[in-house]
Design a protein around this ligand. Structure first.
Ligand code: 6PG
Length: 259
C-alpha cells in the first residue's frame, strides 16, 4: 500500500428526484465546462440500474441549454456480451435514457460490440479508443461509475486479473459469479480521468458503502477503492439509503487509499 491520501468529495442526497437532479447537474456541468474550456468533451458512462434517471435528466438539461453535442464523444465504461436490444445491454439502456433524447451525432457514440465475441469486441474497442483518446490528451473528461454489492466497479470484479492491467485501456473479464464475460475499461484509463463521479443508491448498497468508507484501508481491497484519479476529482454521490450505515463524520473528504 502506498499510503497516499485520496481526496474525495461525498454528497448525500434524498433518494429519487433530488438525487437524480443533483447527479444530472454534475454531469451536465462537466460536459459544458469541457466544451467551453477545451472545445470538446469525452465522457464515459456506466450501465446498471442506478444512473438511468440521472441520464434522462442530463439529456433534458443539455437539450434545454442547447449545448452543442457535436462536441461530445460518448464512450462506455463496460458492456455485457449481449446485443443492443437485450434488456442487459448497457448500450441499450444508455441509448434509451440519454442518446435518444439528445442530438449527438451517431459517429460520436463509441459503443462496445456486445453482440460480438468478447475478444473481438475488446480489440475493436481498444483500437477505437486509441484513436479517440489521442484527440483528448489521453483522458476522459468525465467517467460515471457505479458500485456492485461485492465492491466491483465498471466490470472490474474482486479477484480478477484485469485489476492489475497496466498497459491496455480495455480488457475482457470472466465473471464466475455471473457465469459470463464482459468487456471493461481498465483502472489506468479510469484513474486518468479529469473527473470521476460515483452514483450509489438504495439499501442494497448500504453494507458495501459502509465497508468502502469506514473499513480499515489496509484490509479493504475492493475494486471501487482502487479508483483514485491521478490528477482529477473524485465525487461519491450517495442517496440517504446507501449512506444509512455511515457513522457521522465518516464522509470526511480525505482518507488513506490502498495500493
Ligand atoms: C454494469 C456496470 C456496473 C454497475 C454496478 C452497479 O454494467 O453493471 O457498469 O459496474 O455500475 O454493478 O449496478 P446497479 O446500478 O445496477 O446497482
Amino acid at each position: 500500500m502506498s499510503g497516499r491520501v485520496l481526496h474525495r468529495e461525498v454528497a448525500v442526497l434524498p433518494a429519487g428526484n433530488e438525487f437524480e437532479y443533483a447527479a444530472a447537474e454534475v454531469i451536465a456541468a462537466a460536459v459544458t465546462s469541457a466544451i467551453d474550456d477545451r472545445g470538446a468533451c469525452l465522457m464515459a458512462l456506466s450501465g446498471g440500474r442506478t444512473p438511468q434517471g440521472a441520464y434522462r435528466r442530463t439529456a433534458d438539461f443539455l437539450a434545454a441549454r442547447r449545448v452543442d453535442l457535436r462536441r461530445l464523444h460518448l464512450v462506455f465504461v463496460d458492456e455485457r456480451m449481449v446485443p443492443p436490444g437485450d434488456a442487459d445491454s448497457n448500450y441499450g439502456m444508455i441509448r434509451d435514457a440519454f442518446i435518444s433524447r439528445v442530438s449527438i451525432p451517431a459517429d460520436n457514440v463509441h459503443r462496445i460490440r456486445g453482440e460480438a465475441e468478447a475478444g473481438v469486441a475488446e480489440r475493436a474497442y481498444e483500437a477505437e479508443l486509441d484513436d479517440l483518446f489521442a484527440k483528448f490528451d489521453g483522458r476522459c473528461d468525465l467517467i460515471v461509475l457505479g458500485v456492485g454489492e461485492d465492491g466491483h466497479t465498471a466490470s472490474l470484479f474482486p479477484g480478477t486479473d484485469a485489476l492489475d492491467e497496466h498497459e491496455h485501456k480495455v480488457r475482457t473479464v470472466s465473471v464466475p459469479s455471473l457465469d459470463s464475460r464482459r468487456v471493461t475499461l481498465t483502472l489506468p484509463v479510469i484513474n486518468r480521468a479529469r473527473e470521476i463521479l460515483f452514483l450509489v443508491t438504495g439499501r442494497r448498497k448500504t453494507d458495501i458503502v459502509e465497508k468502502i468508507f469506514t473499513g480499515d484501508p489496509s484490509t479493504v481491497d475492493l475494486p471501487a477503492t482502487r479508483v483514485h484519479p491521478d490528477s482529477g476529482t473524485l465525487t461519491w454521490m450517495l442517496d440517504t439509503d446507501a449512506a444509512s450505515g455511515l457513522p457521522d463524520g465518516s464522509t470526511d473528504q480525505e482518507r488513506p487509499a490502498v495500493n
